[in-house]
Design a protein. Structure first.
Length: 493
């Protein structure tokens, strides 16, 4: 495919094994220049109910073995890899991330599908030694894992392909059926994934019931409320904003809920590390995907003795990034996904500057850069009460917070309602251990940034950053139930 925006991508929804439309459609726009990419249907409440009912019927009808679920996901991975360049162009066209990053996301999606396929064969139970309690030496008990039923997968705009895989892959591996709901502004790469699933179902030597996997597009509130109200939904996996996550949690009843929400993630650069190397990682972690990553570096914490050196190194790394068209080779930072995200960042930036923050580099946005483009920007003289520090920025903004000592660094790292990930650069094992023990976050990364994530590791935050863990093995556990089976002394008769 040539280096141009993918266009004329008018796609349908997959419901009960059929690709269907709707009376209303919504456009998908290329964030960098506003060009029309394609359109998708706006699902009605009735269509969403139909998708959930189809998933429930398929769940009760399926007799796919673990090996056949492995085959389904492995073949899907192969088909995604076969279409990798096409899907990467779709991803960049709808989301705006640089094509190099889009290709990386497609590669990760293939690996995540393969990991999910392998996990389908690893739903182990355990033997429970009953003779540990007096009087039960003749009893024999073990556990087994069973699927839950229908899993709803609701995904955001920032990683529209791989985050959908992170939900439907483990759900199908565990033996469930799924209903996927991608973000309204980035649905096309997820639809491409379901196209590959549909083709994989036809390719393997097994009967995959229609409705085992479904995807509906359109209004989040319309689809979300139906998902919350429908009794057939047993589990919801949601990645997105904290307010929406809290709404789902408060209205989900007895459904199993996994919530991967926002972050305000700190990375500490201490004086005993390679400051230049750490600065390069920090800027990469703050500015990849135009900073639109839940665990991106949103606060950089440094001690007073290296303030000048650290800021200089961070500025040098930020100024080395290329800003421009996401489809051009060499572009590091491109546009943000839509006007809302862009304007939120502009407001946070302007309010912080008005409050006394100093712009060390960058600070330009819009205009000749593009209508939704914000260049990498480093701020000094920031205080914990400034919007650029206390709020989730979700953009290529790098505020540098200066502290007196390591106690203050830990305190500042925890000075947030969020608790997703954190990073620390140090060569001191005791300092590293303190950070691991005392930073209140779902993950603490030593000698790398908060943005570190692999697709098989447990990933999920504390506090307002959510509940539950993603990562294939851990998601499969969320999408399955543990049952105890006991054999006891029978009766002769």
């Amino acid at each position: 495919m040539s280096q141009q925006v993918a266009t004329s991508l008018d796609r349908q929804m997959l419901v009960g094994g059929n690709w269907i439309g709707a009376q209303e459609r919504t456009d998908v726009i290329h964030p960098y220049d506003g060009q029309l990419v394609g359109s998708v249907p706006m699902a009605s409440e009735e269509t969403v109910v139909e998708a959930i009912d189809a998933a429930a019927e398929a769940f009760h009808a399926t007799d796919l073995s673990a090996y056949q679920r492995y085959e389904l996901l492995s073949e899907t991975a192969r088909l995604v890899e076969e279409r990798a360049d096409e899907i990467a162009h779709i991803l960049t066209s709808e989301q705006g991330k640089p094509l190099t990053e889009a290709r990386g996301e497609v590669d990760r999606a293939v690996q995540t599908l393969d990991l999910s396929a392998e996990q389908a064969k690893r739903l182990f139970g355990e033997f429970v030694p009953m003779d540990a309690q007096k009087g039960f030496a003749r009893d024999h008990c073990f556990t087994q894992r069973e699927p839950m039923g229908v899993v709803a997968a609701i995904t955001p705009f920032n990683f529209p392909l791989n985050l959908m895989v992170h939900k439907i892959g483990p759900a199908l591996a565990a033996g469930n059926s799924v209903v996927g709901k991608p973000a309204t502004n980035t649905p096309l790469s997820a639809i491409a994934l379901f196209e590959c699933l549909d083709d994989a179902a036809d390719a393997i030597d097994a009967t995959v019931p229609d409705g085992l996997f479904n995807i509906v597009t359109g209004s989040g509130s319309t689809i979300g409320d139906v998902i919350l109200d429908h009794d057939a939904i047993e589990a919801i996996s949601f990645t997105g904003s904290t307010p929406v996550g809290k709404y789902l949690a408060n209205n989900s009843g007895m459904k199993e809920v996994t919530l991967e929400l926002g972050g305000n993630d700190p990375t500490i650069i201490w004086s005993d590390t390679d400051i230049e190397a750490a600065a390069a990682q920090v800027v990469g972690g703050a500015c990849s995907n135009a900073g639109q990553v839940c665990n991106s570096v949103e606060r950089v914490i440094v001690p007073e003795e290296i303030e000048a050196e650290a800021i200089e190194a961070i500025v040098e790394a930020a100024e080395a990034l290329s800003v421009g068209d996401p489809l051009e080779p060499g572009t590091d930072v491109a546009s943000m996904v839509d006007d809302e995200q862009f304007e939120n960042l502009v407001d946070l930036f302007e309010e912080s500057v008005e409050a006394g923050a100093t712009v060390e580099c960058g600070g330009n946005y819009g205009g000749d850069l593009g209508p939704r483009t914000f260049e990498p920007t480093v701020l000094s003289d920031v205080t914990p009460d400034m919007p650029a520090v206390k709020e989730e920025t979700f953009g290529p903004l790098v505020p540098v917070v200066v502290v007196e000592d390591f106690d203050a660094a830990i305190e500042e790292a925890n000075n947030t309602n969020y608790g997703l990930e954190a990073g620390l650069f140090t060569q001191d094992i005791d300092r590293a251990k303190r950070a691991a023990d005392e930073i209140d976050a779902g993950g603490v990364n030593i000698n790398t940034v908060s943005g570190f994530r692999t697709d098989h590791m447990p990933y999920g935050g504390f506090k307002d950053s959510g509940v539950g863990k993603e990562g294939i093995k851990y998601a499969v556990e969320h999408f399955s139930r543990e049952k105890l089976v006991g054999f006891h002394q029978g009766f002769n008769g």
